[in-house]
Design a protein around this ligand. Structure first.
Ligand SMILES: [Zn+2]
Ligand SMILES: [Zn+2]
Length: 252
């Protein structure tokens, strides 16, 4: 006998696939970075140009601050680190802060586009110290006024969204921004240093003394902010301080 009806499982799977078809037609998946429609949905949902356009900052780079060098170079210290060694022991960033990823970070930060969290966390999961252990993971804190205004700390959200960084030793409150600072965006490198000088304090130095720290932020520009955080951590007796940022401003 011909049987069209194959039971409730078959019916529900048919309805589900129609539902998927209709929703794909009505709301075609779009690349979270550039908004262009994507034919295939795959982690992290980026379109091929955005995925392939990410400029991964792999070695060689300055052994201290991570300043990238052209292929074939050695990991010697850069001029700036030789002139004035930073307080942190090493800093690494994953991608160059440019093009769609830079616009995505800005939208995430200033327009609260949280749909980008998963894609940015996917980038962050490629962090370079998979096999190293850290005693304490600390996101760079915002001052409470800025936090009230923005509603969230982007460094904290990024590090929470990234499975690879979601360790038990995550201590978002270890560092405190004790005074508000002007946005760094239009400042020169020396103004940036002055702007953040003395802006951070370790809440409970006993919990930091002798510890291996990983400091997390979204973008490394001149390193003034993370360096000032590292200074406060070292003053509290921290052991090694490593800095990890998602993106880095790479000057031509
Ligand atoms: Zn795209
Ligand atoms: Zn350097």
């Amino acid at each position: 006998m011909f049987r069209f009806w194959k039971g409730p499982d078959r019916a529900s799977s048919l309805i589900a696939s129609w539902g998927q078809g209709i929703s794909a037609w009505a709301f075609p998946p779009r690349c979270p970075f550039c908004g262009s429609p994507v034919s295939e949905v795959h982690q992290p949902g980026l379109c091929p140009p955005c995925r392939e356009g990410l400029r991964w900052l792999t070695s060689p780079c300055c052994a201290l601050c991570g300043h990238p060098y052209p292929p074939g170079g050695s990991a010697h210290r850069c001029e700036s680190c030789l002139r004035e060694p930073p307080y942190f022991d090493q800093a690494r960033s994953l991608v160059a802060y440019e093009g769609p990823v830079a616009r995505a970070i800005q939208r995430f930060k200033y327009q609260k586009d949280f749909l980008l969290t998963a894609s940015l966390a996917w980038v962050a999961e490629h962090y370079p110290w998979e096999n190293e252990t850290f005693d304490v993971l600390v996101p760079v804190p915002l001052h409470r006024n800025r936090l009230r205004e923005r509603g969230f700390n982007q460094a904290l959200l990024l590090s929470r969204g990234c499975k690879g960084l979601n360790a038990k030793n995550f201590q978002p409150g270890a560092l405190k921004r004790v005074r508000p600072t002007a946005p760094q965006i239009h400042l020169t490198p020396s103004e940036r240093r002055k702007n953040v000088s003395g802006a951070f304090q370790v809440r409970r130095p006993k919990e930091i003394t002798g510890k291996e720290i990983m400091l997390i932020d979204d973008v490394y520009t001149t390193g003034a902010t993370v360096n000032e955080c590292a200074r406060a951590l070292k003053k509290a007796g921290a052991g090694r301080v490593s800095v990890f940022t998602l993106a880095r401003v790479v000057l031509p």
